[in-house]
Design a binder for this molecule. Sequence first.
Ligand code: NI
Length: 180
Amino acid sequence: MAIQTILKMGDARLLRVAQPVDEFDTPELHALVQDLLDTMQDAKGAGLAAPQIGVDLRVVIFGSGQVNPRYPEAPVIAQTVLINPELEPIGQEMASGWEGCLSVPGLRGLVPRHLALRYRGWDVKGALIDRTVEGFHARVVQHECDHLDGVLYPMRIKDFTQFGYTEVLFPGLDAQAKDD
Ligand code: NI
């Protein structure tokens, strides 16, 4: 459909608790998902949530099925559309990892997340998705689903000495690629 403008931190629409989707496989929902896919692909993001393009619904996408230049060491995640997600952490273990966000351009921060979790939700046609994941995949899901509750990753940072400009923290990183 179309590449949409990505809202940046400071926009109140990023702070809302988004509304659940109550009807699947509609033209409007398909159009929203296509907009998210087009916008994420254009921005070379690892994921994107509907609130980031100003849509107040519990829809996230992540994964591209190929290596992301922002995270060349990260495992490939299949392209996923996840609607009305529910997250259930597995165990108590937390892990810290670097995150960026298309709504917080130019910055990276070290964010603690649950190492492993089970997530459930629905795809665009209303089919159940039920996965148990860990590591980078679990981190991406937590980051994207936080957007549905008005939470941006800087709010999760515990050590602000580990927060800064990507070009300073990671001078070797692909300058053409943007944040996720
Ligand atoms: Ni984000």
